[in-house]
Design a protein around this ligand. Structure first.
Ligand code: FMN
Length: 310
C-alpha cells in the first residue's frame, strides 16, 4: 500500500454502516448536540445517545460522580429526557449525516420492548443498543445482563419489537462473558457492545461513608481497559456477530488494541469529559496507524491478535 493511498475506514456493525469504527459511548456524549461545538460529528463513525426510558427519569441525588485512580466512579442512574422528547426535540437538532444509535433502558422487559418499538421507524436512527448492564440500577436485585435466562428473555423481546439493527450492551459484572455473548447471538442480536462500567465502591475514611450518595457506582476510564480487552477477546472467541469494544479508550492505539482483540468498532466514553473532541482524534489516529503499517482497510485489523497457544 502506498503512503498516498486512502485508507478504507468503513465498517459494518451488525447492519449499521459506519464511516469509521469510532463511536462515542452512551451517557458520556449527551444527545450529540452538546458536543457539536467541539468537533464536527461527521469525523466520527457516530454516537450512542444517552439511554432512554419510556418516561423522563431523574437520576440519583449528588454526589453521583467521583474521581478514581485512572478513571471515575458514577451513579447517575440513567437520568434522561424520555423517549418522546428524544424523538421530538433532541433528534431533529442533530446535524444531517451523523450516524445516531439510540440506547434503551427500562425496569422490566415489556417496557424495554416498548422503548425499542417507539424508536423503530424514526428517521435518523440507524440502530439500537439495549443497555442490559447498568451497574447501579437493579431490577429484582440484579442487572438484567447478569442472569443468562433473563438476558435471553430481554434480547428475544426487544428483537421482536424492532426491525432495526440491535446491539446488546453487556455487563462486565459476570463470571462467564462468553456464555452471555452466546445467549445474545442465539436470540438474534445483531451485535454486542462491551463493557459497561465495573461495579465499584470508593470510601471517605473521614466520614466513614461511601463517596457516592448511592453507595455503589460504576468504574470507567483507563482503569478498566485491560478488563474490557479481556472480555472483548473472550466474547469474540465465542460468537460470530460483531462486537463493539468499550472501556478506557484514550488514544488510537487503545482503539487498535480492541480491534485486534476482535472488536469491529469501538466506543469512547469517559475520556470525552477530559477532551471533548477526543473521539475524532482517535478516528484520525487509526488512519495514521493503518498507513504506518501498510493496512489498506481498518477492518483488516479485526481479530488479528496473535494470542499465545497453550
Ligand atoms: C457518567 C456516565 C454515564 C453513563 N451512562 C450510561 C448510559 O446511560 N447507558 C449506558 O449504556 N452506559 C452508560 N455509561 C457507560 C459507558 O457508556 C461505558 O460503557 C463505560 O463508561 C466504559 O467506557 P469508558 O471507560 O470509555 O468510559 C455511562 C458512563 C459514565 C461515565
Amino acid at each position: 500500500m502506498k503512503e498516498s493511498q486512502a485508507v478504507d475506514t468503513t465498517v459494518d456493525l451488525g447492519g449499521i454502516s459506519l464511516r469509521n469504527p469510532v463511536l462515542t459511548a452512551s451517557g458520556t456524549f449527551g444527545y450529540g448536540t452538546e458536543f457539536a461545538p467541539f468537533l464536527d460529528l461527521r469525523r466520527i463513525g457516530g454516537f450512542v445517545a444517552k439511554s432512554l426510558t419510556l418516561e423522563p427519569r431523574v437520576g440519583n441525588p449528588p454526589p453521583r460522580i467521583a474521581e478514581a485512580p485512572s478513571g471515575m466512579l458514577n451513579a447517575i442512574s440513567l437520568e434522561n429526557v424520555g423517549v418522546e422528547a428524544f424523538i421530538g426535540e433532541k433528534l431533529p437538532a442533530i446535524p444531517e449525516g451523523v450516524t445516531v444509535i439510540a440506547s434503551a433502558f427500562e425496569t422490566d422487559i415489556d417496557r424495554y420492548a416498548e422503548v425499542c418499538k417507539r424508536l423503530t421507524g424514526v428517521p435518523r436512527i440507524a440502530g439500537l443498543e439495549i443497555n442490559a448492564s447498568c451497574p447501579h440500577v437493579k431490577s429484582g436485585g440484579i442487572e438484567f445482563g447478569q442472569d443468562p435466562a433473563v438476558l435471553g428473555q430481554l434480547v428475544r423481546a426487544t428483537r421482536q419489537a424492532t426491525s432495526l439493527p440491535l446491539l446488546v450492551k453487556l455487563s462486565p459484572n459476570v463470571t462467564h462473558i462468553a456464555e452471555m455473548a452466546r445467549v445474545c447471538e442465539g436470540e438474534g442480536a445483531s451485535g454486542i457492545s462491551l463493557i459497561n462500567a465495573v461495579q465499584a465502591l470508593e470510601v471517605d475514611p473521614e466520614t466513614r461513608r461511601p463517596l457516592l450518595a448511592n453507595g455503589l457506582g460504576g468504574l470507567s476510564g483507563p482503569a478498566i481497559r485491560p478488563i474490557a480487552l479481556r472480555m472483548v477477546w473472550q466474547a469474540s472467541q465465542a460468537v460470530s456477530i460483531p462486537i463493539c469494544g468499550i472501556g478506557g479508550i484514550i488514544s488510537a492505539a487503545d482503539a487498535v488494541k480492541f480491534l485486534l482483540c476482535g472488536a469491529t468498532a469501538v466506543q469512547v466514553g469517559t475520556s470525552n469529559y477530559l477532551q471533548p473532541s477526543i473521539a475524532a482524534d482517535v478516528a484520525d489516529g487509526l488512519v495514521e496507524y493503518a498507513k504506518r503499517h501498510g493496512i489498506p482497510r481498518i477492518r483488516d485489523l479485526v481479530g488479528e491478535l496473535e494470542f499465545p497457544s497453550r
